[in-house]
Each structure stands twice: as structure tokens, then as C-alpha cells.
Design a protein around this ligand. Structure first.
Ligand code: MF3
Ligand code: CO
Length: 268
């Protein structure tokens, strides 16, 4: 979908039919997106509780799958482009798209959890990074900066601004801290499918890109490396790692552009 733009959305191309243009969602649709987002947030809350040294990443996935199902939803990621699990768990130098399995969490791990839930046809998409004690000073600062970058991106998501204002806000926070944004993957519109227009890069100049309008819904998701920006895709064709082995964090919210400003939809 995004080859023509020269950079990839998180997973590209998108297998599902979807609108080619940016869709403005009605208040009713935004309420439905908020319900899906609420499920995502509750799952992330519970994952944060379960994510302790000794747990396997499969246990996290089973929890996510069960909670999404119990809420009446479907795990959006499962089967997407053949993705085999209900969530992504990306540890330390893994950036995104880690497939859950037998790996056990270790003390000091940087654990990024990415969850999608589809409820009544509407998608919520969110990610949080958890630090297992004892967190290193770098990991602690990496997470703070990634959270601050997400907050700055959200604050820029106001009607009348442009997508590039979000990108610029994220990049500025990250690079001021001496870290790097991943450029190969970006945020995206979200609605009745997980990846819709527009792409939301985590870098680039302010004042460029599509105009933000009330009713647009975006997944804003900085992926931040403690070292350089380059990434490599692993043997399984999914897991994305930092090229230099540095740790990486990922924080994501689904956000609606409201008439008065941004509305975070992935809250419990
Ligand atoms: N939240 C992600 C995204 O924005 C991860 C989806 S990966 C999947 O694209 F393939 F597992 F779905
Ligand atoms: Co996303």
C-alpha cells in the first residue's frame, strides 16, 4: 500500500480491502472505535501485570487472546498477512512484530507488547513497553523518551495541523534525547481495518502531509532505538530487530482528531 510513498506502514501491503482515501469517522463510529480501544487498553494493563521474569511470551499471547475473546472481540493481528498470534511481543533489541513462543522473560528485559482488537468491525491498536527489574538506566530513559515522544505526537494531532506536525514532534523529542526513530515502519490511519490512510511517519518536517480534520483516527506509534535507526527483519520473516543490537521501545495509542483536540481511544 505504501510503496508509492516510499516507506512502509507496519505491515505492507494490507490484504484487506480498504478505503483508498482518508475517512472521517462519525461520532457513532468513534464511540465504537473507543470500545475497541478500551479492550486493547485493558489487555495491555493485564499484560503489564503478567510480564514478569520466568513467564513465556506464549503466556502473554494466551492472556491477550482470552481477554479479547471474553470482551466479544477478535484479535486483529491473528491471520493478518499470515501472522500466527494474537499480539506481538518484542524484547530488548527486537523493535516490533516479535512472535510469541517458548522464550522466557528475563530480569532486565525491555518488553514491548502490541495488541489489536476488532469489536463490531472497528479496530483498536495500541502498544506499551514494560521494563522488567532491574531496569538499566538506558532502558529507563529509553522508555521515558518513547512515552514523551508519543505524548508530543498526540499533542500535535489537532484539527488544522498536518500529519507532518505529528511526525516532527515525535522525531524532535527522540533525537533531543540522543536516540533514533525507526524510519522503515510508521503509524497509520485506523478504522474498520488496521491499516488505513494516512501513513503517520515518526520523522519528517512539520507543515507537510495531509491536513488533520475532526473525525480522522490515527495510530500514533513511535518505535525508538537507543542506538541507530537501522533495523533488520529476522529469519521468521516477522521480527524486526535493531541493526546495532541496541534496545528499542514502542508505545502506541489510537487517537481520534476531535473538534477540540486529540481524543485517546486506547484508554481503559
Ligand atoms: N500494531 C501493529 C501495526 O500497527 C502490528 C501489527 S502486526 C501484525 O501494524 F501483523 F501482527 F498484525
Ligand atoms: Co499500529
Amino acid at each position: 500500500m505504501s510503496a508509492r510513498r516510499g516507506y512502509l506502514s507496519q505491515v505492507s501491503p494490507d490484504p484487506e480491502p480498504k478505503p483508498a482515501a482518508i475517512v472521517l469517522r462519525s461520532e457513532r463510529e468513534i464511540a465504537l472505535l473507543r470500545e475497541a480501544g478500551r479492550v486493547v487498553a485493558r489487555v495491555l494493563d493485564e499484560l503489564g501485570r503478567l510480564a514478569e521474569a520466568g513467564r513465556t511470551t506464549r503466556e502473554l499471547d494466551e492472556l491477550a487472546r482470552r481477554l479479547i475473546r471474553e470482551a466479544g472481540g477478535v484479535p486483529t493481528f491473528k491471520g493478518y498477512m499470515g501472522y500466527p498470534a494474537s499480539m506481538c511481543v518484542s524484547i530488548n533489541d527486537e523493535v516490533v512484530h516479535g512472535i510469541p513462543g517458548d522464550r522466557r522473560l528475563q530480569p532486565g528485559d525491555v518488553v514491548s507488547c502490541d495488541v489489536g482488537a476488532t469489536l463490531e468491525g472497528y479496530v483498536g491498536d495500541g502498544a506499551r513497553t514494560f521494563l522488567l527489574p532491574p531496569a538499566s538506566p538506558t532502558a529507563t530513559r529509553l522508555l521515558k523518551v518513547t512515552q514523551a515522544a508519543l505524548e508530543a505526537g498526540i499533542a500535535a494531532a489537532v484539527p488544522g495541523a498536518r500529519v507532518g506536525d505529528i511526525s516532527y514532534a515525535v522525531q524532535t523529542v527522540v533525537e533531543a534525547a540522543g536516540f533514533s526513530v525507526v524510519r522503515k515502519y510508521c503509524g497509520h490511519g485506523v478504522g474498520t481495518t488496521m491499516h488505513e490512510e494516512p501513513a503517520v511517519p515518526n520523522f519528517g518536517p512539520a507543515g507537510h502531509g495531509p491536513r488533520l480534520r475532526a473525525g480522522m483516527v490515527l495510530a500514533i506509534e513511535p518505535m525508538v532505538n537507543a542506538g541507530g535507526p537501522d533495523v533488520v527483519v529476522g529469519q521468521d520473516g516477522w521480527v524486526v530487530r535493531t541493526r546495532d543490537g541496541s534496545p528499542s521501545a514502542h508505545c502506541e495509542h489510537t487517537v481520534a482528531i476531535g473538534a477540540e483536540g486529540p481524543l485517546i481511544l486506547t484508554l481503559p
